[in-house]
Design a protein around this ligand. Structure first.
Ligand code: UD1
Ligand code: CA
Length: 456
C-alpha cells in the first residue's frame, strides 16, 4: 500500500505547433515533464508511472536517465482512459496521485495536503477559484457545500459555466476505489472522451466524501497548451526565482531581466546586472559582479571577481580577484587562477591561465598552459590546429609575449622569455631570452605612390 504517482503526458499538444512533444518544451531550461517528475519523486512514491503517447520515443529518450515506468496510451481517448492504462500497476490499498506532464509548477507541499485530505476519505481534488474559468471543468457543489460532480466546460449549462471554482485535474484516490469507479466509464459527452472527472459523481453516488484543497498560488495549476502560456509561466517562474535569490542576499539590478535556467549558488553581496542568463550549475563567490548581458553556463567564479558586460562563459573555473571582459569568451575546460585578467575579444578554450597573468586584448588561446604573471600582448594567436590534430602550447611563468604573435603548436615558451612583437614562433623559445622572428624593416627613399590613369 504505497503511493503511486500517475503522470498524464499522452496528449498531442497541437496548439504548440511544434515538432517537439509539448512536455519536452523547456521551462527554466528543464522540460515541462521533468519538473513534474522531480516533484513526484520528492514525495517518495513507490512508483512513478508516466502515460505517454504522442512523440513517445522522443519523450522517453529525453528522460532516459530518470527511472520512471512508461505506460503507453496508443490512442488518446480521454483522461479517464489514460488512467485506465495504469490500473494493472495499482493495488487496492495503493494511493494513486494523478499529475499532468504539462502542468509543471505544482508544489510538493500542495500535493502533500492533497494526500492528507485523501487519507480522510477515498478521493480528494485540488480545485481553484479563477477570474476566468472558461475551458476548465467546473466543480458542482450542493447547498451544504459538498462536491457533487465535475462538469466539463463543453458539457456545462449556462448556470454551471458561471461557477468560478474549477477542476485543476489533480486528484488522489484509493487504488481499489479508483478501479471500481473507472470500470464502465462512458464517453457519451460533448467530446466523445472517457473523462477522469466522471469518477467524482460515482464516488459521491457511493456515499464517499470528496475533499478539496487549494493551491498556494494559481500558477501551480496552470497548464501549458500554447507558447503564450509557456512564456507567461516562464516569466512567473523566473520572477519567483529572482525573488528567492534577492531574499537570500543577491542584488539583481533588474529582477525582471534575469534568467536562471538551472541552479545558482551565490555568496554574500553578489551583484548581477541586467540581462544576465545563467544556465546549468553556476557558483559565484562573495562579492562577485556579473555585468550586463553576460551568459554563463556551468561555471564557478571566485570571490571578488568581476565579469564585465557581454561575456560568454561556458564550463569554466575562474579564481578569485579576476577581471573578465567586457566581451570575453571562455569556452569549456578553461581554468583561470586568481588575479588574472582576460580582456575584450579574447577567446580561451581548454587552457589554464596562471595567477596574475594578463591577456587583455584580441587573442585566441586554445589548448594552452600559461604560468603565473605572464603578459600576453594584443592579437596573440595560439595556432593549435594543423587541420587534423590539436596541439598544446606551454608558456612559462613571467613570460612576455609581444603583440601580434603566432605561437604554432606544439611549442613551448620558457619562463621569463620575451617574444618580440609580430613573431611567428615555430620552435621552442628558451627561458629568459628574447626570441623574435621578423623580416628586416626597410625604407625606400623617394618612392612615389601609383597614380590613377588619366589623371596626369
Ligand atoms: C482536463 C479536465 C478538466 C480540467 C482541466 C485542467 C477531464 C475530462 N477534464 O480537461 O476538468 O479543468 O483538465 O487543465 O479530465 N491526456 C492523456 N491522454 C488522453 C487525454 C489527455 O494523457 O487521452 C493528458 C494530456 O496530455 C494532458 C492532460 O491529460 O496533460 C489533460 O488533458 P486535456 O485534454 O488537456 O484535458 P482538458 O480538456 O484540458
Ligand atoms: Ca488542458
Amino acid at each position: 500500500m504505497g503511493l503511486k504517482v500517475i503522470i498524464l503526458a499522452a496528449g498531442g499538444g497541437t496548439r504548440m505547433r511544434s515538432d517537439l512533444p509539448k512536455v519536452l518544451h523547456p521551462l527554466g531550461g528543464v522540460p515541462l515533464l521533468e519538473h513534474v517528475v522531480t516533484t513526484a519523486f520528492s514525495l517518495n512514491p513507490e512508483r512513478v508511472l508516466v502515460v505517454y503517447g504522442h512523440g513517445g520515443g522522443q519523450v522517453r529518450a529525453r528522460l532516459d536517465e530518470i527511472h520512471v515506468d512508461w505506460v503507453e496510451q496508443s490512442e488518446q481517448l480521454g483522461t479517464g482512459h489514460a488512467v485506465q492504462q495504469v490500473l494493472p500497476a495499482l493495488s487496492g490499498e495503493d494511493t494513486a496521485l494523478v499529475l499532468y506532464g504539462d502542468v509543471p509548477l505544482i508544489e510538493a507541499r500542495t500535493l502533500q495536503r492533497l494526500l492528507a485530505a485523501t487519507g480522510r476519505g477515498d478521493l480528494a481534488l485540488i480545485t481553484a477559484q479563477l477570474e476566468d474559468p472558461a475551458g476548465y471543468g467546473r466543480i458542482v457543489r450542493d447547498q451544504a457545500g459538498n462536491v457533487l460532480r465535475i462538469v466539463e466546460d463543453k458539457d456545462a449549462s449556462d448556470e454551471e459555466r458561471a461557477i468560478r471554482e474549477i477542476n485543476t485535474g489533480f486528484l488522489a484516490a484509493r487504488g481499489g476505489a479508483l478501479r471500481r469507479w473507472l470500470a464502465g466509464l462512458k464517453n457519451c459527452n460533448a467530446q466523445g472522451e472517457f473523462y477522469l472527472t466522471d469518477v467524482i459523481a460515482r464516488a459521491v453516488g457511493e456515499g464517499s466524501a470528496v475533499h478539496t484543497v487549494s493551491p498556494r498560488v494559481n500558477e501551480e495549476i496552470l497548464g501549458v497548451n500554447n507558447r503564450l502560456q509557456l512564456a507567461a509561466l516562464e516569466r512567473w517562474y523566473q520572477r519567483s526565482q529572482a525573488d528567492r535569490l534577492m531574499l537570500q542576499g543577491v542584488t539583481l539590478i533588474d529582477p525582471d531581466r534575469f534568467d536562471l535556467r538551472g541552479e545558482l549558488s551565490a555568496g554574500r553581496d553578489v551583484v548581477i546586472d541586467a540581462g544576465v542568463v545563467l544556465t546549468g550549475r553556476v557558483a559565484l563567490g562573495d562579492r562577485v559582479y556579473i555585468g550586463p548581458y553576460s551568459v554563463i553556463r556551468d561555471a564557478s567564479i571566485g570571490t571578488d571577481t568581476r565579469v564585465e558586460s557581454h561575456c560568454v562563459i561556458e564550463d569554466a573555473d575562474i579564481g578569485p580577484g579576476c577581471r573578465i571582459g567586457p566581451f570575453a569568451r571562455l569556452r569549456p575546460e578553461t581554468e583561470i587562477d586568481g588575479g588574472a585578467h582576460i580582456g575584450n575579444f579574447v577567446e580561451v578554450k581548454k587552457s589554464s591561465i596562471g595567477a596574475g597573468s594578463k591577456i587583455n586584448h584580441l587573442s585566441y588561446i586554445g589548448d594552452t598552459t600559461i604560468g603565473r604573471e605572464v603578459n600576453v600582448g594584443a592579437g596573440t594567436i595560439t595556432c593549435n590546429y594543423d587541420g587534423a590534430n590539436k596541439h598544446r602550447t606551454e608558456i612559462g611563468d613571467r613570460a612576455f609575449i609581444g603583440s601580434d604573435t603566432q605561437l604554432v603548436a606544439p611549442v613551448k615558451v620558457g619562463a621569463g622569455a620575451t617574444i618580440g612583437a609580430g613573431s611567428t614562433i615555430v620552435r621552442d623559445a628558451p627561458p629568459g631570452e628574447l626570441t623574435l622572428s621578423r623580416t628586416r624593416q626597410e625604407t625606400r627613399k623617394g618612392w612615389k605612390r601609383p597614380v590613377k590613369k588619366g589623371r596626369e
